[in-house]
Design a protein around this ligand. Structure first.
Ligand SMILES: C[S@@+](CC[C@H](N)C(=O)[O-])C[C@H]1O[C@@H](n2cnc3c(N)ncnc32)[C@H](O)[C@@H]1O
Length: 210
């Protein structure tokens, strides 16, 4: 990545991480809205819920070291994780499709990608990932699962035909109960190897037979 672009990405990430420090307060407000019904993504319209900088750097490294080009992300939020993915694909000549249910979050993410000077590497699809990624035609080298956890399984099943022997599936919040159900189910298939990282909060899924 040219140094001027790298500086812009870094500055954008710093500003976003700074802003995300208010997440805990905003999350409590969101959770309070859902006292009498199940929590919904819209309750967290103003909350980042982002990956950590260490996870982001790990994702960038994974992309560069494995020459990953075609990245699909479920759960854009305000674009923190996508900026790390962009740092990776800018080195490999790849691109990213990322999808976000809440339009106001997706539009903010697009602004952030423009600020960081990486918007030409990223296609943002606004809407439910089960619709925006339906009929996806291209191979997927890396799938980042970081949206609502009950969709990990159906989304994985929908996109599995696009995987190949060297596909990586990076599962955030791997220790949450819906994620565990998903991971147990794919482990049972016998086709996938699962490596836990970051104290079990991330799972990296690969094909067993390469
Ligand atoms: C944990 S946050 C993503 C954080 C982001 N990956 C980051 O690290 O900066 C999860 C996001 O998934 C979005 N989401 C939830 N259900 C979705 C769906 N069905 N389709 C697309 N996005 C969805 C939520 O609105 C939320 O912004």
């Amino acid at each position: 990545m040219p140094s001027t672009q790298a500086t812009k990405v870094e500055a954008t990430l710093n500003a976003l991480f700074k802003d995300s420090r208010l997440d805990k307060i905003k999350m409590m407000k969101g959770a309070a809205k859902s006292m009498f019904r199940p929590i919904q993504p819209i309750d967290f319209e103003h909350v980042y819920l982002s990956i950590s900088s260490e996870q982001g750097e790990d994702l960038t490294r994974l992309i560069v070291q494995n020459d990953i080009k075609q990245v699909v992300e479920f759960g854009t939020s305000f674009g923190i994780s996508t900026l790390y993915l962009a740092q990776g694909v800018s080195e490999t000549g790849g691109s990213i499709i990322t999808t976000e249910l809440i339009a106001s979050k997706a539009n903010k993410a697009i602004e952030n990608f423009k600020k960081a000077g990486v918007n030409d590497l990223i296609e943002v699809r606004i809407g439910d990932a089960m619709e925006t990624l339906k009929g996806h035609q291209d191979p997927i080298d890396l799938l980042l699962l970081d949206g609502w956890k009950d969709l990990y399984m159906p989304l994985f099943n929908m996109l599995e035909p696009n995987f190949h022997n060297d596909t990586y599936i990076y599962v955030d919040n791997a220790n949450m109960s819906d994620s565990q159900v998903f991971l147990n189910s794919i482990a049972k298939s016998g086709k996938y190897a699962i490596q836990f990282m970051f104290g079990g909060s991330v799972a990296l899924v690969t094909y067993k037979l390469k």
